[in-house]
Design a protein around this ligand. Structure first.
Ligand SMILES: [Zn+2]
Length: 263
């Protein structure tokens, strides 16, 4: 694990969480309410096109804290998360990290490959354990060059991700920490399909770009409002509607854009 990832995950709380088998199994399964997890971008493809891609896709398990690529790395594979989440992280120094984008079952990590760029300018880190469909970068280029629905969808997803990154940048500058935390929790909940997930204050601090004291205060406010429970490095969403009311409008804007591109 890289230094940056160690910075994010060095709290023992996450390790304790992953060792708790009942929680871990529920977390990894991603089949909340008995519905199998699936990548929505791939699921949107017409059947004949999806069948053609299938031999080029491999199901892989991604583990919390796993680094898929770091700045400067040649991107060998792209990932279509099913029930995992991948954080796109900008790193100004080993201790100055900020999540600039989140990729879950609505998208693909490694979009630079589709844009014709071989290497990454950001770090891609697994934020939520689960499965993903992996495809080689060469296969992505070959399929995209067919100019079919896969190509069209990746174009639309590029716009959606750009929208998410832009909205998040404005959000980080202008909105209060507890509203931003609510947004981040809702986006994570949407992608994991789980209401309970491991989170340390240090990790959240880096995701939101604020000091740990700020995270503690914001999480405390949500907890007092009985919207979440936060104990021993594990967050449980107790009241999703309440969290939506607490979140800034950035959540609704990002979600609407994501849903629109998939439709
Ligand atoms: Zn906002």
């Amino acid at each position: 694990m890289c230094v940056a990832a160690q910075t994010l995950y060095r709290s023992g709380a996450l390790i304790r969480y992953m060792h708790n088998s009942s929680l871990r199994d529920g977390f990894l399964s991603g089949s909340a309410n008995g519905v199998p997890a699936v990548n929505r971008l791939l699921a949107t493809l017409p059947k004949h096109e999806y069948k053609r891609l299938l031999p080029k896709l491999t199901t892989v398990s991604l583990v919390l804290g796993e680094e898929l690529y770091e700045p400067g790395d040649v991107i060998r594979y792209v990932y279509f998360p099913n029930d995992s989440i991948i954080s796109l992280i900008s790193e100004l120094s080993q201790t100055s990290l900020l999540e600039v984008g989140m990729v879950g079952n609505e998208g693909m990590a490694g979009l630079a490959v589709f844009m014709g760029v071989d290497s990454s300018s950001i770090r891609a880190l697994v934020q939520g354990s689960g499965t993903a469909m992996r495809m080689s970068s060469a296969a992505v280029r070959t399929e995209a060059n067919r100019l079919g629905n896969f190509h069209r969808l990746l174009h639309r997803y590029s716009h959606s991700l750009l929208n998410q990154v832009s909205q998040s940048a404005a959000c980080n500058r202008f909105h209060l920490v507890d509203a931003r935390l609510a947004r981040w929790l809702l986006m994570t909940n949407d992608r994991l399909g789980a209401k309970e997930f491991p989170l340390t204050q240090e990790f959240l601090s880096n995701m939101l770009g604020v000091r740990r004291e700020g995270v503690s205060k914001a999480a405390g406010a949500l907890q007092v409002g009985k919207l979440i429970r936060y104990s021993r490095g594990v967050i449980t969403i107790l009241n999703r509607r309440g969290l939506e009311a607490k979140s800034c409008h950035c959540y609704a804007i990002i979600k609407a854009e994501t849903d629109a591109y998939l439709n």
